[in-house]
Structures are given as structure tokens and as C-alpha cells.
Design a protein around this ligand. Sequence first.
Ligand SMILES: Cc1ncc(COP(=O)(O)O)c(C=O)c1O
Length: 456
Amino acid sequence: MAQAATSEYQELARRHLWLHFSRMGAYERGAEMPIIVRGDGCYVWDEHGNRFLDGLSALFCVNIGHGRADIAQAGADQAAELGFFTTWSYAHPRAIELAAKVASLAPGDLNRVFFTSGGGESVETALKVARHYHKLRGKPMKTKFIAREVAYHGTTLGALSATGVTGLREPYEPFTPGGCHVPNTNLYRLPPGYGAENLAEAIRHRIEFEGPDTVAAVIMEPVQNAGGCFVPPEGYWQRAREICDEYDVLLISDEVICSWGRLGTWFGAQRFGYQPDIITTAKGLTSSYASMGAMIASDRIIEPFLEGTNSFVHGFTFGGHPMASAVAMANITAFEEEGILENVNENEPHFRAMLESLRDIPIVGDVRGAGYFHAIELVKDRETKETFDGEAAETLLRGYLSGELFRRGLICRADDRGDPVIQLAPPLIAGPEQFEEMEAILRPILEEASRRMDSH
Ligand SMILES: Cc1ncc(COP(=O)(O)O)c(C=O)c1O
């Protein structure tokens, strides 16, 4: 198809393209769909030629930055050699090399890599492997998963049973049974009866309540995305590890966002110094130049699957796709050669300082996060931490902030799956120049939002 004219794209998109997580009615009623046509480094351009600072790495994805034809080229080169072969019963060199590379970077004995096409599939795989693992070891009752409130683990029915966002769950009930939830690590708004020091005990309490013989796994993100970058308090993950060991429950670290440098380490578990049984990953693995994810399991997890005729009866046609594997390897190589992790570690304090400097604006209630993954929580009253709910949140986020941030050239996320937040997660090549640009856009908009919403 020849390149369509600008207005023609709008028309075709309105008519045929069903956007994910979008209120399509707005486009039906004439709103313009944002159409991004090009990217380079930390920036993208829309169909009108407007430039945007991509403060969200295209949904925590393009960690290496936009416009890296060399990384995509690795996929094209691979296509000439072997465009596709499946990893159902066969192997090919690119999947083998990548599995070995991922295992070498993953913490401890996480040495077995099961490739998928994305994050949701990685989570599904982890949940299934956990159930099957226990069954093979003679504990068939261990089927439940403990996740955290407001956490997002994907939208497929299994992953959705772990996802803790009511609005995303309700329309699709009932789904895979077994999902239970505990409070998250929102340190700005601690749940009643808990302090930062004993939050992990909620996991223990839930395991005991459900019956330890019925619980297969605990699944949590190193820094929880939904709700706005909830960091774990000191010792939280270590305590979770102890609890899981005590009850023979697997610990899954869902690092679909928090791996591949997002927190300044290859994996989020390394940033906080804990050892999971399973890591789920995607997005930054290829910097999203190809669709790929992985479940990385410890040697201990695969053990029962190695006995006799046992096998993990699970797979996806495209898991370990040769082109995606080649792209992932080129991406990881670029990370190493270009010091991407070092850039995050060197600049995280500057990023944080820029965000902290916004605290004088009345609507800024909290600033939190780690690495290149931060959130600003917006409040009506800083003294009481009164939030914006219902109509007020709608007016603030969709009525003003989302549109205005985009209009002024900053792509970030104004989100109210929990309390209202603005999330920032720039490509990992960003530095002080981009932070200054973010501040120049954020400050006047947040000041205006404070006035409009009468924040104090
Ligand atoms: C922590 C986490 N898990 C799972 C997923 C699902 O990944 P995907 O959208 O690739 O299926 C996401 C997506 O953002 C995520 O952030």
C-alpha cells in the first residue's frame, strides 16, 4: 500500500484500527488519533512533524532508544540465514546463544530460559510452570498465586487473575481461579496495621489464611508499576524470600518492566539483592525492536521436568523466534558496548533531583521510583494526602494533563489505576539535557493543574 496522506491515515485508523486500552468512542466522535511515524534516540515525531520527548520509552520498551537500524538489521541478517524455525522440539543457534547469554546475566542459578512473544505470555508460562512443578513433586493442591493489589501482570486470563486492578478484571470475570492479593508497597499510603518494616508479613498472613498446601507461587514486581512506581522497603524482598522458603512457595519476580537496565541493573532482583525462583521479562529484552519475552527459571525448577518422560506441555509458536533472538542479542551487545547500565546509574541522581525539585508545586504529593522509572503522585491536599477520585481524577488526568503534556511535546503516562500519578521512564540513553526538557514542560503544566484543581 502506498504511503497514505495524513488525513487518510486518520480516516483509515478510525475505520479499522482498534487501539488497546483506548476509549475508541472519542475518535468516532472526531478526536484526532495520535499517529507516531518516526523515532530517533529519545525523540519521536508524529504525522504532522511535531517532535516529542519520549518520556515513557514507548511503554517502558525502547530502552536503547529509537531509530537503531543496526539492531533491527541483526533481525534482517538472520532472516537471510534462517527466517523462522520453531522451538517446539527443535533448537536453532540464535535461541541457544541468547539463552546462554540471558542465563549468564541473570542472578544466581536462574539458568533455564523459556522464550515467549511478550510479557503476558511470560507470566502465563511462570504461573503454569509453578503449578506443574508442584504437581510433579507430589503437591497437586498447590495451585494458587499471591499477587499484590493494583499490580499489573498482563491481560490474558491467567495473568489477569494475578493482575490486581479491579477495573481491568471486572469485565472478564470469571477467569483462571487461584489469584489472591495482598497489599502492595505503597509507602506513601501504608495499609492499616502495617509499617514499612512489616509489609512482607502480609504475604505470610495470606499464605497461612489460604492454607500453605494450596499456594503455588508469589508473583511481584521489583518496583510495582501500576499505582506509580512503588519501591520495596528495605528488607522486603529478603523477607518475602524467607517466607516463600518456609512454605515451599515459588517466588516469581515479574520484571517485564524492571529488567534490562530500567533500574540500572540487568535485572531488578539484582538492584534489591534477592534471589527469585523465576523471572519473567519482555519489553527491554529486544528494546522492543522485535516481540519477545522470556521466563527464566532456576535449575531447581526444571529438575522435576528432567525426570523420565516428564515434559512441560506448554509453548508458543513464536517463542524464541530466530529474528527476535538475533535482535535481542544485538540489543544486549549494544548495552554492553555503549555502557547503557552505567548511563542509568550515573544519571539516576540527576533524574531524581529534577523530579524532587517539583515538590514545591502544591499538586505534587510524592515523588518515588528507582533507576529510570519514577512517578509523581498528584494530590489535592499535601497535608492530608487527600487524593482526586472519580470525576476530579477524570477532569485532572483526561480533561487536562494527558492532552496538555502531549501538546507541549512530552510523552509520559498520566495514570489513575491507583491514585493519580504521572509516570516517567525515558530511554536509558537519556541524560541531563532530557531531564531539563522534561522539567520545562512539567513545571508549568503542574502549576496550572494545581490552580485548576485548587490543590494546596
Ligand atoms: C509487570 C508486567 N507484567 C506483564 C505485562 C504484560 O506484558 P505484555 O503487554 O507484553 O503482554 C506487563 C506489561 O506492561 C507488565 O508491566
